[in-house]
Structure formats: structure tokens, C-alpha cells
Design a protein around this ligand. Structure first.
Ligand SMILES: [Zn+2]
Length: 428
């Protein structure tokens, strides 16, 4: 069978199984896997294991030891419960490249108020599936599974191997299933290509921002507010630190990467940022507060690195401590490394060509203004490309999150075609 025939064959199979793809997406959405804390992971893992078994392969489930979570994920993240991570290996006819696939099983919380229907009961309307995680990224998880089914069920030829992984805690970071699989040597340097659908279909992500979240605590001294001058008001002092952080944020926000960014208003190149995103202090109205917590979210471009970013922030906090003679403490709560794959890498070229064929339009490589756990894979030197089923109007992390069924079908095809092109010796 020629490559062209194989492609036509899997396309026909995928079109004929659209209803099953939708059904699996709905079943995944219906399991509430909100993180924090990480609900129902064993249930969703079991569902995925069942689907992978239908491919005639033997999936394995690897639990992150509780002690590891306690050691590596800050308690601030609020993680709780078992953390199963699923993997399997689909082998082709002969020797060939290794492809790694990744999808995360968790979703961000959803407050039911504001939603047109229950966020954890998937509903289909006008060609769209609504529900928390439909777009980020359970629809894309289902697409991974159906792209593999298309290969197995049609019996098309391919070499090498494909390793799907379904992992925990992408939405909070700290110590994700991807970290676990790297530590367990499921994800190793000898992998040739990594594909993830954890993004939208309008571009190919070849880069992403690094992210470091720091918790800064300003320490004061409590006092009865009637004798307020005898205390040291941590909140009032923290406000002047916030002013300094805002200034640093302006300076950081002027920097640009050399990598073109996703089309966000007013932005051509990937852009870093530093933002105060949470403040917590005080316990009662008549007590001078003795501490105030400031959370700083620092997004950084691939040209910066985590150590550099931390040093820069430490400098500002130290200056504040010195000027005010106040004690401060600072810790890294969670973070992601930035991702970078050369836009000229053969993997990028293949996926771009394939996506153009499936979608009928060019999807250019670009840098995402988000951060992702698969960046960890890219830091092993493995080329990573991300293209998934959501769109900029899918409202991910918002109310009435949805995914278009046509996009689910397209992503399934883009993945299946990519395997065929990459695993048949047709890479140019
Ligand atoms: Zn996601």
C-alpha cells in the first residue's frame, strides 16, 4: 500500500468513526478530573486503559508515589489523592523512529454558575461539544486514541513505534505525570519526535513560555490596632514591595523573544511578563497584620531561564528588605521550563504539510504565550510540536468551554497522517 493509499484509508476510517470519537470525548468530560485536588484520576485512567486495550496493546499504569508529591509539589498547590499515569507502546512492522504522544487528563475547576449546562455532563449542540475539558484537552485525548485506532483497525503499514502517554496535573504543575515518566525512564532521550495536542488548531506551537510562580512573604509584627503604632503592618509594607514589582514587571514586559508569537492583541514576538496575581494577609479587622503573602507569576521567554529569572526577582526583594529593614522570605511554588523546537526541524515541516492537507490552509509555526508540561520533554533535546483541537474562541478555562467536532476529526487525521509520514521513511 502506498503512503497515499494509507492516508486515504485512515481518513475514511476516521470519518466513519466520528460518532465514536465524539462519544469518547463526552465520556472523558463526564469524569470530573478537576485539579486541584486531582479528582477521579483512577477512573479516567481506567477509561483510557480500556480504550488502549482495544488496540491489542497492553497499557501500564504508573502511580506517582505519595512521598514524591509531598517532596516535589508545594502544599500550596492543594494536590490530593492517587496520581495514575497511563502509557502503552504500539509497535510498527519494522525498525524505525520512536514517536511520543502526550495528553493530560486533568482539567481546571468549573463553577457551575454561568454555564448553560452542567460542565461535567458533556452536551452536544450545533456541531460543538460543551463541557469542562472538552477543548483543554479531553477532546484531543480522544483524538490521540482515535488516531491510533485508525492505524490499527485499517492495518496500514508503519515502522518504528508510537508511545501514547496520558498524564496528571498539567494544569497545576509542580510535579506532573510528564516529570514522573521522565524520572521512570518511560520518556527517554532516544525518542525521535514528540507530538502533543494540548493547544488549538490555528497554528503549530514550536515554543512556549517558561513559568515560575514565587510566593513572597513580608514579615511584620502584630499588635492591637488601638495601639497600632507598636506593630509593623505587613500589608502596608507589602504594598510598597508590590509597587517595586510592578516597575520590574514593566521592564520585563518590554523584552521580546526572537520567536514569533501567537496572534494576541498588540503582540508580534513572544513576550515575557511579571505579574502580582495573588495577595493574602491579615486575620482580623482589629489586628495589625504580621505577615502578607504576595504571589508573583513570572512568565519567561525561551531566551531567559529559570535561574536568571529568580536572581532578578531576588534582587528586587532584597532591595526592599534592605530599605525597610523588614524580614522577607521567598520560595518557588511551581514552574515550567520554556519549550523550543527549531521551526526548521523535519518534524515541524511534516506536521505543517500534513495540517495544510487536512485543513486546506497553512498553519504556521509560532510560540505560544502559554506554558506546558511537555516543555520538559523538549528540555531532553527531543523535538516537540503541539497542535490540538481547541480554538481561540473555545473558552478554555472559562464558562461554556467547547470544542468543534470538525476540529476533533481534523486533529485525529493530522496525527494519523503524521505517524504515517514519519514512520514510513518519507521524512524530507
Ligand atoms: Zn491543556
Amino acid at each position: 500500500m502506498s503512503l497515499q493509499t494509507s492516508i486515504r484509508t485512515v481518513d475514511r476510517w476516521i470519518d466513519a468513526h466520528q460518532k465514536d470519537l465524539v462519544d469518547l470525548t463526552c465520556r472523558l468530560v463526564n469524569i470530573d478530573t478537576t485539579v486541584p485536588p486531582g479528582r477521579n484520576y483512577p477512573r479516567v485512567a481506567q477509561l483510557i486503559v480500556g480504550e488502549l486495550k482495544l488496540l491489542g496493546i497492553t497499557p501500564s499504569v504508573s502511580y506517582i508515589p505519595e512521598a514524591t508529591i509531598r517532596r516535589k509539589a508545594d502544599p500550596e498547590l492543594g494536590l490530593n489523592g492517587p496520581r495514575p499515569n497511563v502509557t502503552a507502546s504500539l509497535k510498527g512492522a519494522g525498525e524505525g523512529p520512536k514517536i511520543l504522544l502526550n495528553g493530560h487528563m486533568d482539567v481546571v475547576p468549573a463553577q457551575p454558575t454561568g454555564w448553560s449546562s452542567d460542565p461535567f455532563k458533556a452536551t452536544t449542540k450545533n456541531g460543538k461539544i460543551y463541557g469542562r475539558g472538552s477543548a483543554d484537552m479531553k477532546g484531543s485525548d480522544a483524538a490521540i486514541i482515535y488516531s491510533l485506532k485508525a492505524l490499527v483497525e485499517t492495518g496500514v503499514h508503519f515502522n518504528g513505534s508510537i508511545t501514547p502517554t496520558f498524564t496528571t496535573d498539567e494544569e497545576v504543575g509542580g510535579y506532573t505525570g510528564v516529570n514522573h515518566f521522565i524520572d521512570k525512564h518511560v520518556i527517554t532521550k532516544d525518542i525521535d519526535y514528540c507530538l502533543s495536542p494540548d493547544t488549538n488548531i490555528e497554528a503549530i506551537d514550536v515554543a512556549s513560555l517558561g513559568d515560575s510562580e514565587f510566593l513572597i512573604t513580608v514579615h511584620g509584627k502584630s499588635a492591637h490596632s488601638g495601639r497600632g503604632w507598636t506593630g509593623i503592618n505587613a500589608i502596608e509594607h507589602a504594598s510598597s514591595l508590590i509597587e517595586k514589582l510592578k516597575k520590574l514587571g514593566v521592564e520585563v514586559g518590554r523584552r521580546r523573544s526572537k520567536i514569533p508569537a501567537e496572534p494576541v492583541f498588540g503582540n508580534k514576538w513572544m513576550r515575557p511578563g511579571l505579574y502580582v496575581t495573588m495577595v493574602k494577609g491579615g486575620i482580623k479587622g482589629n489586628i495589625i497584620p504580621d505577615s502578607c503573602d504576595i504571589l508573583v507569576d513570572r512568565r519567561f521567554i525561551p531566551e531567559e531561564n529559570a535561574a536568571q529569572v529568580e536572581r532578578e526577582l531576588v534582587k528586587t526583594v532584597r532591595e526592599f528588605s534592605r530599605d525597610t529593614e523588614l524580614k522577607t522570605s521567598m520560595k518557588l511554588v511551581t514552574g515550567y521550563t520554556p519549550m523550543k523546537t527549531s521551526p526548521n526541524h523535519p518534524l515541524v515541516k511534516v506536521v505543517r504539510r500534513v495540517a495544510k492537507r487536512v485543513l486546506g490552509q497553512d498553519v504556521p509555526p509560532r510560540g505560544s504565550q502559554g506554558s506546558t508540561d511537555v516543555a520538559q520533554v523538549s528540555s531532553l533535546g527531543i523535538p516537540v510540536v503541539i497542535i490540538g483541537a481547541s480554538r481561540s474562541d473555545s473558552n478554555i478555562h472559562g464558562v461554556d468551554e467547547h470544542v468543534r467536532i470538525t476540529d476533533l476529526v481534523s486533529v485525529t487525521k493530522i496525527f494519523a497522517h503524521s505517524y504515517l509520514e514519519l514512520l514510513n521513511g518519507h521524512v524530507h
